[in-house]
Design a protein around this ligand. Structure first.
Ligand SMILES: Nc1ncnc2c1ncn2[C@@H]1O[C@H](COP(=O)(O)OP(=O)(O)O)[C@@H](O)[C@H]1O
Ligand SMILES: [Mg+2]
Length: 398
């Protein structure tokens, strides 16, 4: 916890098991897709095997399944072959055969999640890990912990398997709301004022935390876990009476929480795509009926709407897109990210957060922004695979 508001800007007042039939061991990694999807050591016309990793332990498990189904349905099958790999809610990696079986059950029994109450740690899942040898690239579609936070990316780096999206550091920064804000402030990107509170600090000195929060932030404020998503553990707090409960709730999801100044603003988002020369999409806006964009508003409320493009002045849209690119570069992101902003009535804005594995169903903001910009869901997926392979080649060069 820091007693000082962190920064000064317009938003603040202060400062894997059966293998699929026909699977063959691979001998080399492809360098790109210029040969109609074939890389060196790969017969021309042979399809690349794309590991679609989905599910996982986060509250976004269900949306991850829908994203994976969307990607598998849209994948350009002339060039790619989907190899789905499910991760249960308990964190167990399913074998390819178990995943196929689970996907069939999801369709036939209308299940919405992968469950295996007696989950096993990854080190016991040697079959599924072995199956990675036969993949050309992994497309991680797992949100939150052990999917979006750099740990999965670190495993793939160790294994030498190319993957789509942000690398280890950018993923970790994209996940940690406190750390990313530190980087953004350093880069002159406006963010909301906040203080960070650790569980140990809260247990040791709750009165001191309250006092620091009130002195630096005041009410209304938002209390949220530093590493979470889908608004889980997030609350708007109007008075001291509600502060303790909000902090205790947020601390159920992380050992570190942010207490942020509440910003009265519209919520607008920009999709960024690319490696070292990223491009920004048009701006989209989200509107909802609840007090803030909470879990229900995100996944279970017909009143929530995406507006593409956002009805905002062109100059503001341009500044938002530039800032989204600056934020993307600031965390050294790759592949894709959705950059979310708070846009205030006076036209000023601040960056709320960067999501390195944004919702990726065909109806999600990220693919829809690109669709609006002229890049179809199918072509977007192809581009992301190309970018992941390019990035892998670049890393192998050094
Ligand atoms: N400082 C804030 N001011 C206003 N609204 C906020 C603030 N922080 C969070 N919110 C609201 O809570 C939602 C979820 O918070 P966010 O930081 O985006 O976390 P998540 O990773 O769970 O999406 C936001 O979309 C917004 O509606
Ligand atoms: Mg958010």
């Amino acid at each position: 916890m820091s007693a000082e508001p962190r920064g000064t800007h317009p938003c603040g007042t202060g400062p894997r098991g059966a293998e699929p039939r026909g699977a063959e061991p691979r001998t080399d990694r492809p360098s790109g897709l210029s040969n109609g999807g074939a890389g060196p050591g790969r017969a021309p016309g042979k399809r690349l095997r794309i590991g679609i990793l989905f599910g996982g332990r986060s509250a976004e498990h269900e949306v991850s399944i829908v994203s994976a189904q969307g990607v598998m349905a849209a994948l350009d099958t002339d060039r790619f072959q989907a190899v789905p790999i499910g991760v249960t809610r308990q964190g167990t990696w399913l074998t390819l055969a178990q995943t196929e079986q689970a996907l069939r059950r999801i369709l036939s029994e209308r299940l919405r999640s992968l469950d295996e109450p007696l989950g096993e740690g990854l080190l016991y899942r040697t079959q599924v890990i072995g199956s990675f040898r036969r993949l050309d690239i992994v497309f991680p579609l797992i949100h939150g912990a052990n999917g979006e936070d750099g740990t999965l990316q670190g495993f793939l780096e160790l294994a030498g398997v190319p993957y789509v999206g942000a690398g280890v550091a950018a993923s970790a920064l994209g996940m940690d709301k406190a750390l990313q804000k530190t980087v953004f402030r350093q880069g002159g990107i406006p963010v909301t004022d906040d203080i960070v509170v650790l569980n140990s600090e809260w247990r040791r000195d709750p009165a001191g935390v309250r006092q620091a929060a009130e002195a630096a932030i005041g009410y209304p404020c938002f209390v949220k876990p530093a590493n979470s998503g889908s608004s889980i553990g997030t609350a708007k707090v109007r008075s001291r009476e509600d502060l303790d409960e909000a902090i205790a709730e947020a601390l159920r999801y992380d050992r570190k929480v942010l207490i942020e100044k509440a910003v009265a603003a519209r919520e607008v988002e920009v999709a960024v795509l690319g490696n070292d020369e990223p491009e920004a999409s048009p701006v989209g806006e989200i509107t909802y009926r609840s007090e803030f964009y909470d879990y229900r508003a995100k996944y279970d409320d017909p009143h929530t709407e995406l507006h593409i493009p956002a009805a905002i002045p062109q100059a503001t849209a341009e500044r938002l897109r530039e800032t989204a690119l600056a934020a993307y570069r600031a965390i050294d992101c790759a592949g894709l990210a959705r950059v979310d902003f708070f846009l205030k009535p006076d036209g000023e804005f601040c960056l709320n957060e960067v999501n390195t594995i944004p919702g990726f169903t065909p109806m999600s903001m990220y693919p829809r922004l690109w669709e609006y910009a002229g890049l179809s869901y199918r072509d977007l997926i192809t581009r992301l695979i190309e970018l992941g392979l390019e990035r892998h080649q670049e890393k192998r060069r050094v």
